[in-house]
Design a protein around this ligand. Sequence first.
Ligand SMILES: [Zn+2]
Length: 111
Amino acid sequence: MGFYEGIKDAIVLAQKADNADLIKQLLDLGAQALEMQDEIRKLKEENAELKKANDLESRIIMHKENYITLKDDAEEIHYCPNCWGLTHKLIPKTENGCYECERKWLEAHKR
Ligand SMILES: [Zn+2]
């Protein structure tokens, strides 16, 4: 039996015993359990993101010509080292950097 089901059963028992304080306390615990579940879900997502970034990090190859490639990438796609350094995102490189860097540059210089 899960924690939440256990609390629901306990609430039914407390209702049978007509114990309002106990019902209130159990409802409160149930709400806390839901919050904890939500927190665990968020942490799991965060952890998966970190693992992904960590895995990529170990495959990064820096080239002195200012681009990066991934180890074992048969296509040897060139990625932007600026964006990797700033956001840990792999953005394909264009001639002048990458579209993300160009977008940021345009945003910073528009009047
Ligand atoms: Zn970039």
